[in-house]
Ligand binder design. Structure first.
Ligand code: TIH
Ligand code: FE2
Length: 313
């Protein structure tokens, strides 16, 4: 065997992994970063009014309970202006650089430059098309909870706006990223299936598997690109929601490497700016098959009631 020889030792008992039985058992409170406390290199670090505004929106997310409508945010004129700027810039780039599934679903949403879409309304559209719903969250959620949510077709989403000084790129998820990057893709049934599959694979996964799944999610759902004929198109939300990143991709600013879900994935970071490498899928369907094949190798037992709840036979 390839395992290094060592003194025989009984395996260390693993802490039991708690498998949520419904979305109510998925905690949206373990936020690891980018909540209302910003690090020094964040574009809004010096802006106390901005930090206060985020605190307010984060408090609303923390108070939200499943089954209640997502609170509507009255975005300020400045926040609407940031949204409008990003939308207008992206409108000039997406038709050429976004994948066809994205462009098809984009038409379901009537985004306007003078109004930031409300998560509650988007959640209703998604529920009608793919059964996905949105749940507000105060910042970057713990990976296990985030992935577990996907199993129950629940997408945890931030609701605050990126800082006005950097409409082109933010190091973190924000409402623009969620609404433009993720929401249209989640209206596509095949994509939504794939995303739920990553979530199902995370139920009962050990820490190592959670980490691998987090990276697979990052290199596909966040930063994946796909071949369309001779072209490379974006489907990753982190590319679709940032006109800086999208230009970087369009200019060939990053290496392209095929996604191999069975291989260890490169390091991922929220702090290193534009990606230096994008993982390429030959087709959406092929990528989905690969991910499914990987998920099938994770032999952990999902209790029967949970299997039924997420629609597994
Ligand atoms: N960089 C993206 C944007 O500016 O829209 C947001 C993020 C995507 C993934 C991680 S952070
Ligand atoms: Fe994201």
């Amino acid at each position: 065997s390839a395992v290094a020889a060592g003194p025989a030792r009984p395996p260390t008992p693993k802490a039991a992994v708690k498998v949520p039985r419904s979305i109510d058992e998925v905690d949206n409170g373990k936020v690891l970063g980018f909540s209302s406390e910003l690090s020094e290199d964040h574009p809004g670090f010096q802006d106390s009014a901005y930090k206060q505004r985020r605190m307010h929106i984060c408090d609303l997310a923390r108070a939200h309970r499943i089954g209640e409508p997502i609170p509507r945010i009255e975005y300020s004129a400045d926040e609407v202006a940031v949204w409008g700027t990003v939308l207008q810039q992206l409108r000039g780039l997406l038709p050429q650089h976004a994948c066809k599934e994205f462009l098809r679903c984009w038409q379901l949403f009537d985004f306007r430059a003078d109004q930031v879409p409300q998560l509650e309304d988007l959640s209703q559209v998604l529920q009608a098309h793919t059964g996905f719903r949105i749940r507000p969250v105060a910042g970057l959620l713990h990976p296990r909870d985030f992935l577990n949510g996907l199993a129950f077709k629940t997408f945890h989403s931030t609701q605050y706006m990126r800082h006005v000084s950097r409409p082109d790129y933010t190091p973190e998820p924000d409402v623009v990223h969620e609404v433009i990057g993720h929401v249209p893709m989640l209206a596509d049934p095949d994509f939504a299936n794939l995303v739920q599959l990553i979530g199902i694979a995370s139920l009962g996964a050990d820490e190592k598997q959670i980490w691998h799944l987090t990276k697979l999610y990052w290199y596909s759902v966040e930063f994946g690109v796909v071949r369309e004929g001779d072209d490379i198109k974006a489907f990753g939300a982190g590319i679709l929601s940032s006109f800086g990143e999208l230009r970087h991709m369009a200019a060939g600013g990053a290496r392209l490497e095929p996604l191999d879900v069975f291989q260890p994935q490169p390091k991922m970071s929220y702090k290193d700016g534009y990606q230096q490498r994008y993982a390429v899928l030959d087709s959406f369907a092929a990528g989905a098959e690969q991910l499914k094949a990987y998920c099938a190798t994770l032999h952990h037992t999902i209790p029967l009631d949970v299997r039924i709840a997420v629609g597994l036979q």
